[in-house]
Design a protein around this ligand. Structure first.
Ligand SMILES: O=C(O)CCC(=O)C(=O)O
Length: 201
């Protein structure tokens, strides 16, 4: 079964609520990831609509270790508790379907825009692991593909995926506790990428 976004006319974006192409990988005995390539069809339209309408901004003066830095990407947030509808009706349907599959409320959506190869996110595990044990994070990537890497916390051999164009990537189990992820800077990109990250806060 496919859910269609209603804002977009006849060739509306749609995602595969049957997760037919899902491939799950156990990274170790407590950590898994799941990739659904091309889960969202019409991802370019979703990218255009979200980039045109979200209040994306660069957070500045962020303390990281002993430095104060500007974040090398633009971000925006939506939280259910604030009472506003999701930025697109399609995201409401996605939340519902993702929540059912992964048994998570996914009451928060974070957006990260990587404008070019200089935008990035450094190695980290999500901080809300300090509040939620084994948080599940579902990431829908729209726009041009970028490498997304995972490595055991503190270093070691990394695994890499190229995520964009409607791919869904989900991290679960102890991933935020015992692994770290990054979207590294790259010399060449084919365009900007927006990640739509579903979390339960
Ligand atoms: O953009 C991505 O795919 C990753 C985003 C991320 O690491 C985060 O929001 O913490």
């Amino acid at each position: 079964m496919f859910y269609q976004g209603s804002l977009f006319g006849t060739l509306a974006p749609e995602f595969d609520s049957s997760f037919a192409d899902a491939a799950r990988l156990d990274l170790d005995h407590t950590t898994w990831v799941e990739l659904v390539p091309g889960w969202l069809d019409g991802a370019d339209d979703v990218f255009d609509e979200l980039v045109a309408t979200l209040p994306l901004r660069q957070r500045t003066g962020i303390r990281m270790y002993d430095q104060v830095l500007d974040e090398p990407r633009l971000t925006a947030w939506w939280r259910a508790e604030q009472g506003d509808p999701e930025p697109l009706p399609l995201l409401r349907d996605m939340r519902r379907v993702l929540a059912e599959r992964y048994d998570e409320p996914f009451d928060s959506i974070g957006f990260n825009l990587y404008r070019d190869g200089d935008d990035s996110v450094a190695w980290h595990g999500d901080r809300h692991r300090h509040v939620v044990t084994n948080p599940v994070i579902a990431i829908v990537s729209v726009g041009a593909p970028r490498p997304f890497r995972l490595r055991p916390r503190g270093g070691g051999h990394s695994l890499s995926w190229s995520l964009g164009n409607g791919d869904l990537f989900v991290m679960g189990g102890a991933c935020q506790h015992t692994w770290e992820h990054t979207v590294p800077k790259v010399r060449v990109t084919t365009g900007p990428r927006l990640s739509i990250t579903f979390r339960s806060v």
